[in-house]
Ligand binder design. Structure first.
Ligand code: DX5
Ligand code: ZN
Length: 219
């Protein structure tokens, strides 16, 4: 199975983002964490930054919006060049409307679910969403430990997708390493966001290779 690796530039050097995205050209997409000081305490990138990153990146951008009011702001990120735009269901007034607005701008739409948010009420959105992000840490910061207690949610998700013949990307984000990737993979995740474990030590290319290798262990 081809696993998708999405390095998160949250863990890269913000003064050298162009070289950071070049350093991860062997990955499948670059994960860009947009934080707004409101949905989460931190503040990171806005649309102008994301647009320039899309222009210089050798691989597509996977934008993760940790912002209030995605109803107003999400579609813009698709228009300026993100391949996929993922928003939090906890922040949206009309999640289906947000998905439709992202699609109208030509983007793929993702829904993100915080560790404490029940999945069941949001499952019907997967009939139109292209990606579902099951957070494996509380959103807001890199470098946190993977929460294994989220894993039953992945199993619940798989059951629903199989029953309904759906196949969105199943993304996990937070604390993904060579040790935790196989755990989430076994529960049905196929797309892995990794910040610290790609940019935090060694070289990004080697770290991406190691994550891909961890996915084939036991095959
Ligand atoms: C957390 C962000 C993550 C973060 C992951 O709020 O959504 O994408 O960059 O960082 P690591 O891989 O260090 O847990
Ligand atoms: Zn993220």
């Amino acid at each position: 199975m081809h696993v998708r690796i999405h390095p998160s530039v949250l863990a890269a050097d913000f003064a050298n983002l162009e070289s950071a995205v070049r350093d991860v050209s062997t990955a499948d997409a670059v994960h860009v964490d947009v934080m707004d000081n409101h949905f989460v305490p931190s503040l990171t990138f806005g649309p102008q930054m994301v647009q320039r990153l899309a222009e210089v990146s050798p691989i597509p951008l996977d934008v993760h919006l940790m912002i209030v009011d995605p109803d107003t702001y999400a579609a813009e990120y698709a228009r300026i060049g993100a391949e996929s735009v993922t928003f939090h269901v906890e922040a949206a007034t009309d999640p289906q409307g947000v998905i439709d607005a992202i699609h109208a701008e030509g983007g793929q739409a993702g829904i993100a679910i915080k560790p404490g948010t029940p999945l069941a009420p949001h499952l019907p959105l997967l009939h139109s969403a292209d990606l579902v992000l099951i957070m494996t840490v509380e959103p807001g910061a890199g470098g946190q430990a993977f929460l294994p207690e989220v894993m039953p949610k992945l199993a619940e998700l798989r059951t629903y997708l199989t029953e309904h013949g759906l196949s969105p990307l199943v993304q996990v984000d937070g604390g993904i390493t060579v040790k935790t990737l196989p755990v989430a993979l076994a529960e049905g995740a196929d797309t892995f966001v990794a910040g610290s474990s790609v940019f935090g030590h060694g070289t990004p290319a080697d770290n991406i290779r190691a994550l891909r290798g961890a996915a084939t262990q036991g095959e």
